[in-house]
Design a binder for this molecule. Structure first.
Ligand code: ZN
Length: 499
């Protein structure tokens, strides 16, 4: 067997181990009984170890080196496979085994402490764990190496090729437009009455509606399924078996509806990756930012738009007659687009969402550099919330302990949420240019042309292109916050009657 095929066979085995691990994880968060946790953690750790050993083995590196020596002779997608594998390999071998082990144990303890102490608002009990996490993350950054600053190494894991300095410039430009706009909208918040969204919506009818909408998006239920979990997520076990979860709240109609559209966007991406990439490292999204652009495109740019509700408003009135009695189209559209300062990131609207990300990103930089001590985090968090959103969290559960990402050592992850908003608008604007009837199609419930366009420009490429390349070949442009700012000014200016 030639070198390339031997590498592909090895990567396929690694991918099978990872898919099996993902399936165990899916079960853990959906159907597993509580008592299953101990054996489940062991099983997943074993698969993780076997996968890591195979990737980090000298034989893998030898195969990659041999192929790197004749990269120019390979088909472009095979050459890309070699480049991506080298990247994964470097990540896997640069981290000393001792550090990986220490991180695994520390995150286990930190997550446990976070789960126990968040509801108790006990930051002091959680603090030593978070201190240990940031010590470990600093060591990881040093072991991985970076071009300019330690944060680059962490960001690169989620958004390959983006430097912290460039991200800071993009966020500064985004904030300069977003903060004053948010202030203006907050002043007019009483203009929008969304109280009806929090009445009782029959849970089964909500569930049925999310299933119907997923089907309308083009999510393929023959190659996936939706289940319930407390924190919605999307996970795949090889193309095209991609599962989504949602949560239904009887008294918050937005949770299930927009949660399903969001995860449906992630799933459309993964179900439509080039099948030739299956069982290999290219069978994933380009980056977390590009992935998030697709969830937010379907959730917000489609799912919170007028054209979308032209098709679905009659349907939603028919399915939920009591809570929507007397609610007209205009009021419904305004309510699902209400902008208000909120304490909790995952409940934030399109305009304020990125402001929540700024808070976390700036604090991560300060904690990583040591300019901020973990013990001073709660007050620093509250100060930044006052500066950006004008509100102060009354508790740490609604403040610096609200997200699990830091306990999981996922530092450098948060920015990809805001990047998703920026990529999403740029990609959607281009779709609108190339599909002149897009609004009419969405209004009549035809979403296939958009899905097909996105498949061609984004989905099918998987990880064979970096985020900047995806954006460039789809839109001809470099990443900029201006299209997003233009979008929110226009949309919310109209809803809130701004000049
Ligand atoms: Zn998402």
């Amino acid at each position: 067997m030639d070198t390339l095929n031997r590498l592909k066979a090895r990567l396929a085995t690694i991918n099978d181990l990872d898919s099996a691990q993902a399936l165990l994880g899916w079960d853990q968060h959906t159907y597993m009984p509580r008592g299953g946790l101990e054996p489940r953690v062991r099983q997943m750790a074993t698969l993780q170890r076997l996968s890591h050993e195979l990737l980090a083995a000298p034989e893998t590196s030898e195969l990659v080196s041999a192929l790197e020596a004749r990269l120019g002779e390979l088909e472009p997608l095979d050459a890309r496979l070699v480049v991506v594998t080298r990247r994964d390999l470097d990540q896997a071998v640069r981290l000393p085994g001792e550090l990986v082990q220490r991180k695994s144990e520390a995150t286990g303890r930190a997550l446990d402490s976070w789960m126990i102490n968040k509801p108790l608002n006990n930051f002091e009990a959680y603090r030593p764990h978070l201190e240990e996490i940031f010590t470990i993350v600093r060591e990881e950054a040093d072991a991985l190496g970076y071009p300019e600053q330690p944060y680059d190494a962490l960001l690169n894991r989620y958004e390959p090729g983006l430097l912290t300095s460039r991200l800071q410039a993009i966020f500064a430009e985004l904030g300069a437009g977003l903060v004053p706009l948010a202030r203006q909208l907050f002043e007019r918040a009483e203009r929008v009455d969304d109280a009806f969204l929090y009445q009782a919506f029959d849970p089964q009818a909500q569930w049925d509606f999310t299933v119907e909408l997923l089907g309308a998006l083009g999510y393929d239920f023959n190659q996936g399924r939706q289940d319930k979990s407390p924190h919605p997520f999307t996970t795949g076990f090889g193309i095209p078996d991609v599962r989504v979860t949602t949560r239904i709240h009887e008294r918050d109609f937005r949770a299930g509806l927009f949660g399903s559209l969001h995860e449906g966007g992630h799933a459309l991406y993964e179900q439509n990756i080039n099948p030739a990439f299956d069982r290999g490292p290219l069978a994933q999204g380009s980056s977390l930012g590009i992935h998030e652009s697709q969830s937010r495109l379907w959730e917000n740019l489609v799912g919170r738009s007028r054209p979308f509700w032209n098709r679905w408003f009659g349907e939603v009135k028919h399915r939920f007659p009591a809570p929507l009695e007397g609610v007209e189209f205009q009021r419904f559209h305004e309510a699902i687009n209400r902008v208000k300062p909120s304490l909790i990131r995952i409940e934030a609207d399109e305009v304020t969402y990125s402001l929540h990300i700024f808070v976390r990103f700036e604090l991560e930089l300060e904690l990583l550099s040591g300019r901020l001590a973990v013990r001073d985090l709660p007050e620093a968090w509250n100060q930044k919330m006052r500066d950006t959103l004008g509100i102060t969290p009354p508790t740490v559960a609604e403040g610096c302990m609200q997200d699990m990402h830091w306990a999981d050592a996922s530092v450098g992850y948060f920015p990809t949420y805001a990047l998703g908003n920026l990529y999403g608008v740029m990609i959607f604007n281009q779709a609108r240019q190339e599909l002149p009837d897009l609004d009419e199609q969405i209004s009549s419930g035809q979403l296939a042309p958009l899905k097909d366009w996105l498949t061609e420009k984004v989905y099918r490429h998987g990880r064979s292109q970096d985020p900047a390349e995806i954006l460039r070949q789809a839109t001809g442009r470099e990443l900029s916050p201006q299209p997003f700012l233009h979008y929110v000014r226009e949309k919310y200016g109209e809803i809130y009657g701004l000049e």
